[in-house]
Design a protein around this ligand. Structure first.
Ligand SMILES: Cc1cc2nc3c(=O)[nH]c(=O)nc-3n(C[C@H](O)[C@H](O)[C@H](O)COP(=O)(O)O)c2cc1C
Length: 219
């Protein structure tokens, strides 16, 4: 796939085929993604890749948390947004729910969606990205770069991904199951697998135009 197609065709995949992703393929994706730049080449990222019975156990525990209405307590607190950005978020949520017909459905269906999201949309594997808690916000910036590389590499391999903050809502579940020490921040999960043909994957999110975001000087 050419580079521009890779960048523009990447989108969040929220339904996956059962087909497994080979361990070697995931390792090769992470190896290539690791060419990302980072502050003085610190490479502050670490990965826990989970599949099979371990992933099933995490899914079970996640569902329990949602059904018990446990308050999320992510290592990196979830943000609030200024009005302008919150508006984009609201538009995104509304258009995704309209696409899924969930705007007309009752609360129960929306809770079901939340559960599916916390169960990684049934992806056969999830890459949990962690970093040492002593690192600064700059390292979080670096993690963003490597995570995007993973998403692009996956697209290149005809795989789909969904970068998910929701997957780290209950870090105690991941800490216990994956033996992640207290001194690591669990930053996000990347669900990865072969995209299913389900309609949810036809959803395309909007973008504001570059012209509305850019100031040029001296041209
Ligand atoms: C840091 C981060 C956290 C995200 N968390 C979630 C999530 O919890 N659930 C989800 O369905 N999508 C999640 N997404 C995906 C975004 O909703 C998605 O990237 C955005 O709407 C743009 O759509 P696109 O990825 O299809 O281009 C997340 C993306 C990022 C970068």
């Amino acid at each position: 796939m050419d580079f521009i197609s890779c960048v523009t065709s990447r989108k969040s995949i929220r339904a996956y085929k059962e087909e497994k992703v080979a361990k070697d393929k995931i390792l090769q994706i992470i190896e290539t993604a690791g060419h990302a730049p980072s502050w003085a080449n610190a490479q502050p990222w670490e990965f826990n890749v989970v599949a099979g019975a371990t992933l099933e156990k995490i899914k079970e525990l996640m569902e329990e948390k949602i059904l018990n209405r446990e308050k999320p307590n992510p290592d990196i607190p979830f943000p609030t947004f200024p009005e302008e950005h919150q508006q984009r978020i609201n538009e995104f949520g509304k258009s995704l729910f309209t696409h899924l017909g969930l705007d007309k459905e009752g609360k129960e269906k929306r809770v079901q969606f939340t559960i599916e999201m916390h169960k990684f949309f049934n992806a056969p594997a999830v890459i949990f990205v962690t970093m040492n808690k002593e690192l600064s916000l700059w390292s979080l910036f670096d993690l963003g770069l490597v995570v995007q590389n993973i998403a692009l590499m996956a697209t290149h391999e005809n795989l789909g991904t969904c970068i998910q903050a929701s997957t780290v809502s209950y870090p105690d579940v991941l800490r216990e199951t994956l033996n992640i020490p207290e001194n690591k921040n669990i930053v996000c999960g990347i669900s990865i697998g072969y995209p299913d043909e389900k309609s949810i994957n036809n959803f395309i999110s909007n973008r504001v135009t570059a012209a509305s975001l850019v100031n040029f000087f001296g041209f």
